[in-house]
Design a protein around this ligand. Sequence first.
Ligand SMILES: Cc1cc2nc3c(=O)[nH]c(=O)nc-3n(C[C@H](O)[C@H](O)[C@H](O)COP(=O)(O)OP(=O)(O)OC[C@H]3O[C@@H](n4cnc5c(N)ncnc54)[C@H](O)[C@@H]3O)c2cc1C
Length: 194
Amino acid sequence: MQPSSLNPAFLSTITQLSGGPWNFGDRVLLVGDAAHAITPFYGMGMNVGFEDCTMLMDLLRKNRFDFEKTFRSFTDLRKPDTDAMTELSFKNFQSLEESPDPAYHTKWLLERRIAKLFPTCWTPTYVMIAFSHLPLREVPEIKEREERILHSLIRKHPDILSVADGALTELVKAEVGEELYLPSDLEYNASNVR
Ligand SMILES: Cc1cc2nc3c(=O)[nH]c(=O)nc-3n(C[C@H](O)[C@H](O)[C@H](O)COP(=O)(O)OP(=O)(O)OC[C@H]3O[C@@H](n4cnc5c(N)ncnc54)[C@H](O)[C@@H]3O)c2cc1C
């Protein structure tokens, strides 16, 4: 079905929200979509809201349930993570637009092979976001580094997907040197790689 044939009466816009502060003194604190609605392209909106709750509880405990102090600091402490998720989610929309491109599939398949060959030091973006407690603000930089490596490998070796595992391991090592990310607190499980 062509977008032009859709009835506009049944369409709505997808909006993202980034503002602040999220509190009104010690009386009101916004969490979840009310504070930072994101586009649905990583399916993470609810999870980010749940993370708000755990972070808020941790902070309240740390501040001995001083609501004013907690509410005042919450936006600044939390916003870098939710801003990162907002950006990641929107960028994923742009990637999905590229997905019919064969180059996108090559990159996608290569990343999954590398993640299986280097299960403790290559973490696909989705795994970092959805299956770890890595602060979301750290994801864009790691993602950018991994993308750079993937693009470079594909550019230098256009037939890279047909290379056997042993040779691929060597190609990756030669490409990245010591640059592979070693997760410290990732609850990483290679079986989560899709
Ligand atoms: C298409 C789509 C797919 C998604 N997929 C996923 C996914 O796979 N995984 C994921 O984690 N997230 C997903 N999300 C996001 C997720 O649904 C939201 O992030 C989540 O529901 C936000 O929860 P919330 O409690 O902050 O807000 P809401 O769920 O919007 O809850 C707010 C509540 O407040 C009520 N309310 C509003 N105004 C008033 C008022 N004046 N008085 C009283 N009540 C009021 C509303 O009726 C509502 O019940 C998706 C979202 C969309 C749109």
